[in-house]
Design a protein around this ligand. Sequence first.
Ligand code: MRU
Length: 356
Amino acid sequence: MVRAIEWKNGRVVMLDQSRLPVEVEYIICADYLKVAEGIKKLWIRGAPAIGIAAAMGIALAAQDVKADSFDNFLNKLSPVFDTMLSTRPTAVNIKWAVERIKAFLNIHKDNSVAELKIMLIEEAQRILEEDIQVNKAIGTWGAQFIKDGDTILTHCNAGALATGGYGTATAPMLVAREQGKKFQVIADETRPVLQGARLTAWELMQEEIPVTLITDNTAGALMKKGAIDLAIVGTDRTALNGDVANKIGTYTVAVLCKEHKIPFYVAAPLSSIDFSMLSGDLIPIEERSPEEVTNVFGKCVIAPEGVKVCNLAFDVTPAKYVTAIITEKGAFKPEHIKELAKNNASLDKFRIKASK
Ligand code: MRU
């Protein structure tokens, strides 16, 4: 299984996803600013993976802090928290990771600063390992929706590269394969950064899962021909009402699915659900540089110089287009996602099952 990020010998090591699949290079981050740069420049990307990177960045920064008390330690980490939060606005996983680290520190405030430094490294590694387990659980709940012979459409990359490992949208595929089901995947190339072409196609080929790459514009035509059975995508932030923010173009896919009566599933670890955000309309949408659209990887210019560009990195799919949200606690209709916030012991009555 490919690993996007690791803590190794006191450093954060990330696979440079901006250069895949042409070059497989690792970047060694010796300080938290390098980690923040990596998140901004998409060396590491995908909501759970950037949450893990933020936690590791904080652990890295903590090693250099000189403090004689817990309060002093926390104060000195405060700008690090802010730096991580300022890297990318849409994925809630960065906020989730920062809040988890703050809560962790507060629980252990009686430990010495030297102990806390070590404990932060362990906590960041725990976040990564837990993410893999969460994804495996998503896979177990989600595999039921994949039938033998299915063709699955996916958008962007919500695979191992976007997470600690195993992926969210890819997890049901991996479990379905373990169950002996045969299926194929259609990967949207995902303009402009091409996560589908460069990352999803690469990952699935490594996993020996049959994959066909299409331009984003092709999905509708395939659906019209009856060539797609279901869609599974990831999410950067899902709101309490079940609205889903994900890579730009996801909304288009969801609307097309509705028109063609194709189930549209969202794989969402709880770390990607923002229970404090009432509606998807409130989710901040990252706008990235015009060059991502006017140039192909800084090499080839494909638009007139000076043209006005709109480069929204994400869109919001309203809950009404979502068939189910697959979490580590089960698959739910989007309107029932709020039940997960209530620590509801009787979640079973809200879980949805695939029709036979
Ligand atoms: O801009 P990116 O590559 O970070 O966007 C990633 C996505 O949109 C993914 O689908 C999402 O983060 C889910 S990853 C499990």
